[in-house]
Design a protein around this ligand. Structure first.
Ligand code: ADP
Ligand code: MG
Length: 482
């Protein structure tokens, strides 16, 4: 083992200080040989260069009179632990000795203590341990049973990483439903172009066309998507007002209810067109507005006599994309509410397979403040979904704005670069085992590096996300040609 330094000063049970004999990086793994338990894995949480250059001598540097500068590189290492005979990770209960040698940890020790397994039957391969060639696999059962959050600022790589995760879930034939507000995930159908990076990660281009079904409330904007419709009869008048884009419930709810009742008596299989005609026949400004808005709803074709069937929407081993591109935000909320509650109800009854429900832009659908139509059902799924094999994956660039109860129910977190102080605070508060050093590192993570917490690991780890096998669809729009 290569020596990197020695322990000095007071030694604690959780961390120790070391004088470094060679440069290392924050986040590097080191090891200390313990008399009782053998090699113990530790991680560098902080680094500092100490020097004897004081202010006065610094001022004299310019005229060459400062003399020699003596520097030392100091580090703080956090003790992760060792695996005992039963395979349990433990920390020594007696502090290491001051003066003890600190070594660069070997990959074998890192893999053993962190619990990194190659090709486990239930593993989703998301990338390599940063600066190592060890695979990071997330336990799929944990993901689906215990919920996941993907957190990063815009452009931090959330959709890319989620694409990686969905590729893995599809390879394991896990059923997924993805709420896709920007229509980014259709590109999972096509293989990615070959790139040198794929080699290092052992990734081969692969498309998933046969395992992707796409639906959209507005297929005219989203070619390739089948129409998503809901049953008009199962839409209550308040919901209908939202579909109509009318917020003044007091003015419109009564007249709309009357119209619905009259139309339903005349024809139990009524359509939106029947409602338009009823509004035409009525007089007054309210009826006129209702007619105009009902015509708009008719055009959207979102509400029909029979809605999209559950079996069309959810198929075992298939990822269903609910493409909401071009759909008004309040209608998006209704769509998400209807889909989430249908999935939850039918999952309870065992009518759909266990599934993974991904919500992109989750801060819009389960906000901390305000009353999004779908907040309640998403909170229910977050707190109870695991009992029924309905896993939730909340993706957001605003950790501070998403409902805290949803965030705290996600036991696997995939965190990419986050710089907003409020978001960082929300993350630090909702995640156990996150050290100050890690919170600082989150702010400067390069694109493509994620901090993984949970997912079957007892300690957070940094992972270089593997390249996509399928094409990434979230490319930013070029404003000026390069
Ligand atoms: N792991 C990665 N490897 C290579 N490029 C990446 C990776 N993650 C993200 N990118 C690049 O960064 C851009 C932004 O990523 P994206 O996932 O769309 O961000 P977000 O969804 O967080 O806004 C993408 O267009 C992609 O090219
Ligand atoms: Mg995105």
């Amino acid at each position: 083992m290569e020596e990197v330094g020695r322990i000095y000063g007071d030694v604690g049970l959780g961390q120790f200080h070391l004088l470094l004999a060679r440069p290392v990086e924050r986040g590097d793994y080191v090891a200390v040989e313990d008399e009782l338990h053998g090699k113990v894995l530790c991680q560098l949480d902080d680094l500092r260069r100490k020097s004897d250059l004081d202010l006065e001598r610094a001022g004299a540097l310019g005229n060459g009179e400062a003399g020699a500068i003596h520097e030392s590189l100091l580090g703080v290492a956090r003790i992760i632990g060792y695996r005992d005979a039963q395979g349990v990770v433990k920390c020594p209960t007696i502090p290491f000795r001051s003066g003890a040698h600190v070594f660069l940890a070997e990959e074998e020790l890192i893999a053993e203590v962190l619990g990194l397994k190659h090709h486990s039957a239930t593993g989703a391969y998301v990338g390599l341990l940063r600066n190592h060639s060890l695979k990071v696999e997330l336990d799929i059962n944990q993901l689906v049973q215990r919920h996941v959050s993907v957190l990063a600022k815009t452009g931090g790589g959330k959709s890319y990483l989620l694409g990686v995760l969905i590729e893995e879930l599809l390879r394991h034939k896990v059923t997924c439903v993805i709420i896709d507000p920007h229509g980014e995930y259709g590109s999972l159908r096509s293989p990615a172009e070959k790139s040198p990076a794929q080699g290092r990660f052992g990734v081969e281009p692969q498309g998933f066309a046969r395992q992707i079904h796409e639906f959209s409330p507005d297929p005219s904007l989203n070619p390739g998507a089948k129409p998503l419709t809901f049953s008009l009869r199962n839409t209550d008048p308040r919901e209908l007002l939202v579909f109509m884009g009318l917020t003044n419930v007091k003015n419109y709810l009564g007249p709309l209810k009357q119209m619905l009742e009259a139309v339903a008596v005349a024809n139990p299989e009524y359509t939106v067109h029947d409602l338009v005609r009823a509004a035409e026949a009525a007089e007054g400004a309210v009826a006129e507005t209702l007619r105009e808005r009902l015509e708009y709803v008719e055009q959207t074709r979102l509400l029909g006599p029979v809605g999209t069937s559950l079996h069309e929407l959810v198929e075992e081993g298939v990822a269903t994309l609910v493409n909401l591109r071009g759909v008004a935000p309040d209608v998006q909320e209704l769509v998400v509410a209807r889909i989430a509650s249908t999935l939850f109800d039918n999952r309870k009854k065992g009518k759909v397979p266990p599934l993974f429900l991904v919500i992109e832009e989750a801060h819009n659908f389960a906000p901390q403040q305000g009353t999004a139509t779908c907040s309640r059902i998403l909170k229910n799924i977050a707190s109870e979904g695991r009992k029924f094999g309905l896993g939730l994956c909340a993706v957001t660039q605003r950790a501070a704005r998403i409902d805290k109860s949803v965030l705290s129910q996600c036991t696997t977190q995939l965190i990419l670069q986050v710089t907003n102080p409020l978001d960082l605070k929300a993350i630090a508060q909702s995640i156990e085992g996150l050290t100050d050093g890690m919170t600082q590192m989150i702010q400067s993570l390069p694109v493509g590096v994620a901090l993984v917490t949970g997912g079957g690991y007892h300690t957070p780890l940094f992972c270089e996300v593997r390249p996509r096998a399928s094409r990434h669809g979230g490319e930013s729009v070029q404003i000026v040609a390069a």
